[in-house]
Design a binder for this molecule. Structure first.
Ligand code: C5P
Length: 225
């Protein structure tokens, strides 16, 4: 049996990739499968938490016992997560939020014109939701967790990102062929704002999810003490 060490806690998890529309038929997306976020939601529910899962694009079935709120764009995800975070004890940002979106949305389908090159797509920045959540904690003592997918200088980039975003924990993955995006397996290092670093060996995303909650639980207890 699983120990209900998240009983009485409300947690918010985001998962999947956002889609940023260009016109009525096209969007900018990413390769996030949503599996890690869904694993975090399912394991939190199994440990007794009341879970809100804010889901970007994914093909996964709703985990049992979890409230699922589907969203499309980064801005919709931001609205949903800020609202849900208002009474949450912990927020885990596992979603692959698009850093940029098309500067303009064409209300009609963009057409190809004979003999003419296409217009370049101008992008603008999306709000950084994790940084915003970390800066203004909706509740005193709320634990905020981020994810970072890195392809090189994984630890150095992860440490810099933890400091920049201001979250309590940052789960750093190396993106590779059989890791992170789309895969059922993951390998990570969890960096904490107190300087501790917890390596999690290659294994199922459920196992990584449980290790993340193992690090969240004592931080919750510390703050509500
Ligand atoms: O900056 P980067 O995209 O690498 O950061 C990844 C982390 O920040 C993830 O936890 C992701 O959910 C979050 N993020 C966010 N808002 C953005 C971009 C990323 O909250 N616009």
């Amino acid at each position: 049996a699983v120990e209900p060490d998240l009983a009485g806690r409300r947690v918010v998890v985001t998962a999947g990739g956002t889609r940023e529309p260009l016109d009525p038929v096209r969007y900018l997306g990413n390769r996030s499968s949503g599996k890690q976020g869904y694993a975090l939601a399912a394991t939190a529910a199994a440990r007794g938490a009341q879970v809100t899962l804010i889901a970007g694009n994914t093909e996964l079935p709703d985990p049992a016992g979890v409230d699922v709120l589907p969203v499309g764009t980064a801005r919709q995800l931001r609205e949903a997560v800020l609202k849900a975070a208002a009474d949450a004890d912990a927020v885990v940002m596992a979603a692959a939020v698009a850093d940029f979106r098309p500067a303009a949305y064409a209300t009609g389908k963009i057409k190809k014109v004979e003999g003419r090159e296409p217009e370049p797509i101008a992008l603008v920045r999306n709000p950084d939701i994790l940084a915003e959540l970390s800066a203004d904690r909706a509740r005193a003592g709320q634990v905020v967790v981020g994810f970072a997918a890195e392809t090189d200088d994984v630890l150095a980039n992860g440490r810099a990102k933890l400091a920049r975003k201001g979250c309590d924990l940052l789960v750093v993955n190396e993106v590779g062929e059989d890791k992170a995006f789309g895969s059922a397996e993951n390998e990570a290092v969890v960096l904490a704002s107190d300087g501790s670093e917890t390596p999690v060996p290659y294994g199922p995303k459920d196992a990584l999810a449980d290790r993340v909650w193992d690090l969240v639980v004592p931080r919750l207890a510390e703050r509500s003490a």
